[in-house]
Design a protein around this ligand. Sequence first.
Ligand code: S3P
Length: 417
Amino acid sequence: MNSEIIEPTGRLTGQIEVPGDKSISHRVLMLASLADGESTIYGLSKGQDVQHTMEILSSLGAQLNETESDTLLIQGGGLKEPTEKLYVGNSGTSIRLMSGMLAGLPFSATIDGDESIRKRPMDRIIEPLERMGSTISCLESTGMAPFRIDGGGLEGIEYQMKVPSAQVKGCLMFAGLFAKGDTTVIEITPTRAHTEELFEEVGLEVDTTSTSVTVKPGQPKPFIHKVKGDPSQAAFWAVGATILKGSEVCIKNVYIGRERTGFIDVLLRMGADIKLDPVTNDLNVESSELIGTVIEETEIPGLIDEVPILAVAAACAEGETYFKGLGELRVKESNRLETIVSEIGSMGLKAEISGDDLVIQGGKLTGGQVDSHGDHRIAMSCAIAALVSTGPTEISGWDAVATSYPSFIADLDALRK
Ligand code: S3P
């Protein structure tokens, strides 16, 4: 485990291109591997999570060929039984989406991940996949990875999700491509719609209503896709530029879509100065004073990955910020409800957990010694908090950042030069 020391800084200025969207990267890779022919993808996320998805698809027989640093050609179709265990590392999106696809393919595969993945709930996908007719055997603990999937023979179902989760919805939609009949997923609260958007883009039949999505069996057509910048990574610079006086940052070509940019709405409500250019999808951010707000439970799926960095914004705001219904944060890469309070807390954040709610009082951040708990978003949120702190911050377990944003420090150095 390595550590990184971040010194306070004056302001952030300049232009930045954040990495390609991680959620979209996983999905386009899987769809290209299922398509019969050659697809071209530009601008994939270069994080380890997406690397794991690429390695798994290679083990299943897809041919991935990186022609330039930004361009990947994939020859898909004819996926086959892997000879080795499939390993997702730290990636919850890989294990959950891939399980849907494997449940549909007519062979057996065993899937596993790192220590954190082995603690995250998989019953939320195992239960509906079994209802579709899949056989899934957990090899160590019930409802957890590692597990073996004996694929094939699926029937479409209608399934009402128990938690708002785009990973569960996406898993069942991938399984639905192989099922007999239609598969309908009903959402209690809307979640990110990447699977729906991309299925339509590659010629698959999808019917969406405000509360449900129905998929018909089918095979994607080969396609060309340019992955836009990841809004979850843009959020770090949007908050950094907002809280550091005199900052002016342009974040280029960010993906803007349903249930992905809730953090912008919250920051605007708090008084941030963020302007979206609707033609280029650039986000132009200038520093401003923030005031506390209330974030309702129904808003959470639209900013689920941005709560740690919004906690940093709340720390710099006047008054109280109240986040409602953060239960799902307990089962992310770390127990984020706890790690926000313990880690940003050791930098001076005044935060309290009340049931599944989080209450933050604005105040001064001091810096200090923190730990990522193997969680990239906790590490990067602490790094942004460090910039406005009165002293330096040492972040141990910094290597976790490589799961999604290996060039974070290079981008930070470019903006604070
Ligand atoms: C993701 C969905 C969210 C999010 C994760 C990526 C996706 O997870 O936290 O980082 O790509 O579908 P849940 O579906 O578990 O909320």
